[in-house]
Design a protein around this ligand. Structure first.
Ligand SMILES: Cc1cc2nc3c(=O)[nH]c(=O)nc-3n(C[C@H](O)[C@H](O)[C@H](O)COP(=O)(O)OP(=O)(O)OC[C@H]3O[C@@H](n4cnc5c(N)ncnc54)[C@H](O)[C@@H]3O)c2cc1C
Length: 410
């Protein structure tokens, strides 16, 4: 049998979507607030439809429930889905980060169980990496996992875990050896969020969202089957995870399905409407500002393709994915700053739909520079691992972790 071409696949997807997925107006997608349990139930239900229709996990291998096709098929599918309600909130971190990391580093059983379950809409996966003591120095985590008999017992605290309240499992980085330098004593675990030893609390953000969670681990015991990769080689798993995360945050992951707005607080600014509602259509300066944003959006889109291909053919090292992560943050920040500048006072005291949404969005402006590793850390990665600049000084390099000074005032 000859393989289906991208265009044949697109035509089949178009017909299937029309018969099976709910239609939406892409300019005002149905609300899918990530902090609302109902959004997650709906996303699981829609994912199940995609799976049963044979359109889930286009770039995941067939043996784990996917279709084993190239990124071009996913992109064609994404273009067709723009006018349909899609389970977009499952993309990150479940598919683009957690499943992608399991695919690279998990055991055969983990891949068969968890990637397949996520593609069926039965499992949501999240990342439990950052800790109250800091997130940038990921290799410095102090959550500990100790061997007790045949089990691992985890104690510690994690924070800023996106959507953990809605999740089934979390990839949790913990320290399993304190006598070696920080990168060498880590292990990645896949822990069930509903474990009785985990106390999960939701964090309320400035914009009112309660999507982020913090988790306290009190004697959370798991078996060897929870270890992802090798014991004490968790940094290799974490590095792979960070690689996928940077591409996901830069909107360049082949494991994301569907595009467009999630229908939460992130609907992209429509500058034509904004200029009209604020009475500035004829203002040359304002049109220039809006044009600058639109050019950034177009460049960000092109950069994704360019970097994806360059990493794949070896022209760029895997760390090259960081370029799209950084540019995405720059483009979104410019977008938010510009929208608020154009909205002016309407962004602060106006009504929703007449400019106020730009002020509300601005409240979470900084998230795009933090989530998925900060833009400062992205610049470090690009400097050291793409441009081959000398590595920055680190007082803890090569020092056994139990001798590293941490959080001490003297
Ligand atoms: C939208 C969003 C989603 C997130 N989702 C998750 C998640 O699902 N799971 C999870 O575990 N975490 C998540 N995080 C947390 C995120 O990973 C951390 O916020 C991030 O890694 C930074 O850690 P920190 O906030 O502790 O800042 P710190 O690490 O304390 O850094 C403070 C400041 O110092 C700078 N800095 C630190 N070290 C250096 C250095 N070596 N060189 C230059 N500058 C430096 C940083 O860039 C930053 O500006 C999320 C955060 C956001 C905003």
């Amino acid at each position: 049998m000859t393989a289906e071409t991208v265009e044949q696949f697109r035509a089949r997807a178009r017909a299937w979507l029309a018969d099976n997925m709910p239609r939406i107006d892409p300019a005002s997608p149905p609300a899918a607030y990530r902090d609302d349990e109902r959004s997650w139930r709906r996303a699981r239900e829609l994912q199940k439809r995609l799976y049963e229709g044979g359109f889930a996990g286009i770039c995941f291998p067939r043996e784990y429930g996917g279709l084993g096709l190239d990124y071009d098929y996913q992109k064609a599918f994404d273009e067709e889905t723009l006018t349909y309600e899609m389970p977009l909130i499952l993309n990150t971190p479940t598919f683009t980060i957690c499943c992608a990391t399991l695919l690279d580093t998990g055991s055969e059983e983990q891949k068969k169980q968890h990637i397949a379950a996520a593609l069926r809409g039965d499992e949501v996966l999240v990342q439990l990496l950052s800790e109250p003591s800091g997130g940038s120095d990921l290799a410095g985590v102090i959550t500990r996992a100790e061997r007790r008999g045949e089990r691992w017992v985890i104690n510690g605290a994690k924070t800023w875990s996106t959507s953990a309240f809605a999740a089934d499992y979390g990839l949790c980085l913990a320290r399993t050896n304190w006598d070696v330098p920080k990168h060498e004593g880590l292990t990645m675990f896949l822990v069930p969020i509903a474990h009785p030893g985990i106390t999960l609390r939701r964090i309320t953000q400035l914009n009112g969202s309660t999507e982020f969670c913090e988790e306290f681990f009190d004697n959370v015991d798991v078996g060897d089957d929870a270890v992802v990769g090798e014991v004490n080689n968790g940094w290799a798993v974490a590095s792979r995870l960070l690689y996928h995360e940077r591409r996901a945050v830069g909107q360049g992951s082949e494991f994301a399905s569907g595009s467009g707005s999630e229908g939460g607080r992130s609907t992209p600014v429509d500058y034509v409407t904004l200029l009209a509602t604020t009475g500035q259509v004829g203002n040359e300066r304002v049109r220039e500002m809006a044009g600058r944003v639109l050019v950034h959006r177009a460049v960000a889109e092109q950069l994704v393709d360019h970097v994806y291909r360059s990493v794949r053919d070896g022209t760029l090292p895997p760390a090259g994915g960081t370029l799209i992560r950084l540019f995405h943050a720059e483009a979104v920040t410019l977008d938010m700053d510009t929208a608020l500048a154009i909205a002016g006072t309407a962004g602060v005291v106006g009504k929703q739909g007449a400019g106020l949404e730009n002020g509300l969005r601005y409240l979470s402006r900084q998230t795009v520079c933090l989530g998925g590793g900060t833009t400062e850390m992205a610049r470090n990665v690009i400097g050291e691992r793409v441009l081959n600049f000398p590595r920055e000084y680190a007082a803890d390099r090569g020092v056994p972790f139990n001798q590293v000074r941490r959080g001490q005032s003297r």
